[in-house]
Write a new protein. Structure first.
Length: 304
């Protein structure tokens, strides 16, 4: 088995979230928006899920958004950060510190596992998905949101250009983010059934890109790349990045956008009762007959 690539310093991720917990309420707009969208997906499922896990719970945004939906009787809230877990416990559901890369649950423990904007900090995402699938009961549901590859493309552009101009090179400031197709493939590899991944774009408007940086820090989303530059960024580099951001992306009203690419996952733990695709060649009728058209064998051209 290939070794897991270690991209993120998980201790730094925990520290960033611990630091952000106390003031999270002033910066949690994106977490709330994604949580509400995830809870809306649960409304489309007629099943009930008595025991559920919120994995990477932050401040308990999922718990508040669910508000009794999905037939959930018990919700466990887990986060890498003990401070976040304690904050989430204030919503009334128990919270515990746990790591997505080493889940402390037995196989088949949960009817439903949710995860809201947390999986993009996991080093071994395939391994984490396998653990999530194992922690679900047969025909259990996995619902998650994750940040996709187009997230913060404006900030990336500005910082890359500024670093190139001022410092003559680039440092790893951003997380490598996954796209729709790759995430769907990982779910299949992890053994999930009926995986569906779709993407939505949330664009936030700011009067200054500096406010965006404050929000990212306030959500616990500061840079945690293992090879990140130690210490503070050069003041000249940061100021030039802010200038480039305004020059390149400001609208007629002087405000700048920040793009968040939100991927939403729906997948099920396998169960014999689930529908399965038919085997190739097992169809009982031809598509051409249903469309009342002529079937033309591959490689042949229709007669004029």
């Amino acid at each position: 088995m290939a070794e897991t690539m270690t991209v993120f310093n998980r201790a730094a991720v925990r520290q960033h979230r611990d630091r952000a917990a106390a003031g999270l309420g002033a910066h949690d707009f994106l977490l709330i928006e994604a949580a509400e969208r995830l809870a809306d997906r649960l409304d489309d499922v007629t099943r009930k899920f008595p025991l559920a896990l919120d994995l990477g719970c932050h401040g308990g945004e999922i718990g508040r958004s669910l508000a009794g939906r999905g037939g959930i009787e018990t919700l466990i809230q887990g986060d890498l950060s003990p401070s976040m877990a304690r904050l989430a416990a204030g919503t009334g559901a128990p919270g515990l510190a746990c790591d997505e890369e080493a889940l402390p649950f037995t196989d088949g423990a949960f009817d439903l596992i949710l995860s809201n904007l947390s999986l993009h900090w996991v080093n071994d995402l395939p391994g984490a998905l396998i653990q999530i699938r194992r922690a679900l009961k047969p025909d259990g549901l996995f619902l998650a949101t994750a940040l996709g590859g187009q997230t913060l493309n404006e900030l990336r552009t500005a910082l890359f250009q500024a670093e190139t101009e001022i410092e003559g090179g680039l440092s790893p400031r951003f997380s490598p983010l996954i796209d729709v197709r790759d995430l769907g493939n990982l779910l299949t590899r992890a053994g999930f059934a009926l995986p569906v991944v779709d993407a939505e774009t949330v664009t936030v408007s700011y009067d200054s890109p500096l406010k965006l940086l404050h929000d990212l820090r306030g959500m616990g989303e500061a840079n945690a790349n293992r090879d990140r530059r130690r210490g503070f960024s050069r003041r000249a580099t940061l100021l030039r990045a802010l200038e480039i951001y305004m020059e390149t992306f400001a609208g007629p009203d002087g405000r700048v956008p920040a793009t968040f690419d939100i991927l939403t996952v729906t997948a099920w733990a396998p169960d014999p009762s689930q529908q399965r695709p038919l085997k190739p060649g097992s169809a009982q009728s031809r598509l051409a007959e249903a469309l009342e058209s002529e079937e033309i064998p591959g490689g042949e051209k229709p007669t004029p």
